[in-house]
Design a protein around this ligand. Structure first.
Ligand SMILES: [Zn+2]
Length: 106
């Protein structure tokens, strides 16, 4: 005996797939933190070419450094910040406002 199993299940499968695709896309397209947090620090993959060779101060400890291709860098509120090493950068990214005064006063 043959039953039209595949055909009758097709709309249900489509509905399930559709629901799954909405569930998986929704968190990416509408991040909840986007609206109430204007400035989020993020890691830069590498310093912008314009900043290479520039003399600056580590935004974490205030040590003088020159920006090189592999200098750990971050972007916060539209500005670039540089660090001695990755762990200092990670500390800055976790709480940027705590360290901003180091680069702000001169
Ligand atoms: Zn440092």
């Amino acid at each position: 005996m043959r039953r039209p199993m595949k055909l009758s299940n097709f709309p249900i499968m489509l509905a399930i797939l559709f629901a799954l695709s909405i569930l998986s896309i929704a968190p990416i397209s509408t991040p909840a933190w986007c609206g109430d947090s204007p400035a989020i620090a993020r890691v830069l993959a590498s310093p912008p070419a314009a900043d290479l060779g520039m003399s600056t101060k580590c935004a974490y400890c205030g040590m003088k450094l020159y920006v090189k291709k592999d200098t750990p860098s971050a972007e916060y509120a539209g500005k670039h910040y540089y660090f001695c090493d990755n762990s200092e950068r990670d500390s800055f990214i976790a709480k940027p406002e705590k360290y901003l005064h180091k680069v702000a006063n001169k």
